[in-house]
Design a binder for this molecule. Sequence first.
Ligand code: PEP
Length: 250
Amino acid sequence: MRTPFLAGNWKMHKTVSESAEFAQELVRTLSSSRNKLMVAPAFLSLPAVAAVLQGSKILLGAQNMAPEVEGAHTGEVSVRMLKDVGVNVVILGHSERRHSYLESDALVNRKVRLALDHDLEAILCVGETIEEREQGQVEDVVGTQLREGLAGVDPGQLDRVTIAYEPVWAIGTGKTATPQDADAVHAYIRTVLGSMYSTDAAQRLIVQYGGSVKPTNVKELMAMENIDGALVGGASLEIESFAPIALFDA
Ligand code: PEP
């Protein structure tokens, strides 16, 4: 039995005080949820949100992380800095990082291994563009992102890995993959992980869907056999839209 994992990525939204205030509202509203929950504010807001989330059931996520432990890397934030402020989970390989900041699978892999080696959880995002989907390359693209993103990750570290399948064409566009299409890719993700690790490990792994998840579609997505949660962007920014997603009950 996989526990549903619902996560909000606030991206570059909300100031520090707005983030702390919103986190307070979430703690009050979501205390009865039986799901695994996480919110990922901007780096600057992490300490303030960490203070609010302390003792609650909502995990603190970061949206990115440097691939090095420390050094002359202007503008970067290290794994030790994230851990020091209480971050539990880090989102890596988000399509906005891959496409706007040209992050390669090799770079994402360095971050994944560093996060896991420092006992953080990692959400590894994978997903195809619309051109890749139209050219029938979904499995090629997602398979490569998984194999290269998880290269060198030990089977014993896999329980701290979540995969987020986020078709790029569905992110922030209002277009959602049909539950059946998404589930087919999620099943393929388990096949790849089964070949890399074991069928058992692949069955245990949480695979989130991301791409215009809303209160109106969360139920039908979560009803699919291989969809275990959601990574939510736009709808995670307001209590009215995130609460019904986070409180989703199978
Ligand atoms: C995301 O950025 O991970 C995402 C899924 O965004 P949205 O929910 O806004 O499509």
